[in-house]
Design a protein around this ligand. Structure first.
Ligand code: FAD
Length: 443
């Protein structure tokens, strides 16, 4: 029987433990530095307002995950059709922008539509190593690039799309036809385009109920325990917790890590060759400051989320938890979250002053007509998410290959959005856990 050490009780780590326990005859132990499971899929209760870490919506594409999540949550899952918008030029237009310019000033609509048609006609096979910026121009044209794609993505990634490649794209950005773009300029109509046209969300309890359900089917969770070192030669994990007997070391036959890869290589694994450390130092990511308000007014919006491409708004997106599930707020109230991205190590000054940033966020929400001057924040909760989005820059592939070769040689399974250093979502984290358990079980 193998002894498996799993670092992190986010969805990837918990799913590994769950599947090891269900299907494979292995002993495992899960080390989690926080006092609760879930990682980024945690929900915090502030005086009856339940806040996820920004929006955490389930985009389940595979039957396997649909069935598993449905079973874990005993069917208490809502299927919700997206109602999301963009606020720019002082008006609200429907998401996705590229397909819905109706309502924007006529000159903007003209630039977007003519630019799209021109790009559509001149589209050729994409060049290898194309930047995200070139991809935007090629697929949407200069108008849509100028009025949404470039400013929005610059805010969200905290860098210009020229600095990104297209490796991460997958199906994340929907591409309309000329007919759809033309219709969307002439009429206001709902769009079903894109991977997030609908989503699933727990009926109550916030997204936390999902990791909680997984955890309740797993044993051997060591909470409040930080893994501080790995000796790959001796196959040992060193950990540190509070109180007597909470710190020590454990031997493993197989090791699974969902710790952000950069940190894992630079701070946890011992005796890493300099070439691999250098590659890890080259991994880029952004951080997100997530501000949540509980508001003392009923149903301040019926939208799910709104994109803000313009610079005068400090956040790139705002959303409304209570529209994912009415049970996330006390009766007669509402809640909002906002997301502001920044480069780690180059954080704008305003983000360091809690009072000022909250004031600015409220002012911007009033300017967008989301809040009014009389609205009272009953609760304010700020989450600073250090590892938010992995950046696929031009060095990504070279760096990640060096690191993954090293991990493979040392029999380490690094999984999840940050563990494997990828752009992925909750469904992929669950699947990565399942597949890792299978690999370990069959080795
Ligand atoms: C702003 C934002 C919005 C998102 N929205 C969505 C969405 O709407 N839908 C969706 O599907 N996905 C969304 N995601 C992605 C989703 O959060 C991730 O894909 C998923 O949570 C990754 O799970 P994980 O287990 O890989 O990582 P994590 O959740 O980060 O788990 C890693 C765990 O490891 C623990 N840990 C780290 N270091 C140590 C250590 N040294 N010792 C012990 N424990 C340690 C951490 O505390 C954490 O619990 C979003 C992500 C962000 C940042």
């Amino acid at each position: 029987m193998k002894q498996v050490a799993i670092i992190g009780a986010g969805l990837a780590g918990l799913s590994t433990a769950y599947h090891l326990g269900k299907r494979h005859n292995n002993n495992y132990i899960v080390f989690e530095k926080e006092g609760t499971v879930g990682g980024l899929c945690r929900t915090v209760n502030s005086k009856g307002f339940l806040f996820d870490y920004t929006g955490h919506l389930l985009h389940l594409k595979k039957d396997y995950t649909k069935k598993l999540v449905g079973r874990l949550l005993k069917g208490k899952l809502r299927k919700i059709y997206r109602n999301s918008w963009i606020f720019s030029k002082g008006v609200y237009t429907r998401y996705p922008f590229q397909e819905n310019t109706y309502g924007l000033p006529p000159e903007t609509v003209r630039e977007c539509v003519t630019g799209f048609i021109k790009s559509f006609r001149s589209r050729k096979k994409s060049a290898k190593n194309q930047s995200f910026y070139d991809w935007i121009l090629e697929h949407f044209g200069v108008g849509i690039a100028k009025h949404f794609m470039v400013p929005y993505n610059t805010k969200m990634w905290a860098r210009h799309p020229e600095e990104l490649t297209t490796l991460w794209l997958g199906g994340y950005i929907p591409k309309p036809t000329i007919r759809e773009v033309a219709d969307g300029a002439l009429f206001d109509r709902k769009s079903g385009l894109g991977y997030n046209a609908f989503f699933y969300y727990p009926e109550k309890g916030g997204i936390q109920v999902l990791p909680d359900a997984l955890a309740s089917a797993c044993g051997n969770l060591k909470l409040n325990t930080v893994v501080t070192g790995i000796d790959t030669k001796k196959r040992k994990v060193f950990f540190s917790g509070k109180g007597a007997g909470a710190s020590g070391e454990a031997c493993y036959d197989a090791l699974v890590s969902s710790v952000p890869l950069r940190e894992f290589i630079l701070k946890i694994v011992r005796n890493v060759p300099e070439k691999v450390r250098k590659a890890a130092r080259g991994l880029r990511y952004n951080s997100v400051l997530n501000i949540n308000f509980g508001i003392g007014r009923k149903r301040i919006s019926d939208r799910h989320w709104i994109y803000f491409p313009e610079d005068e708004f400090i956040f790139y997106r705002a959303g409304f938890h209570m529209n994912f599930s009415g049970r996330l707020v006390p009766s007669g109230t509402s809640s909002i979250y906002t997301e502001t991205a920044y480069k780690p190590g180059d954080r704008p000054k305003i983000l360091n002053n809690r009072k000022n940033i909250i004031k600015k966020v409220k002012k911007d929400l009033i300017r967008a007509g989301v809040l009014n001057n009389r609205d009272k924040a009953l609760v304010t909760r700020v989450f600073d998410i250090e590892y938010a989005y992995v950046i696929h820059d031009k060095n990504y592939e070279t760096n990640i290959k060096i690191i993954r070769d090293f991990l493979e040689k040392n029999n380490i399974h690094a999984i999840g959005r940050y563990g494997n250093w990828e752009y992925s979502a909750m469904e992929e984290a669950i699947l990565a856990g399942r597949d890792t358990a299978k690999r370990i079980g069959s080795n």
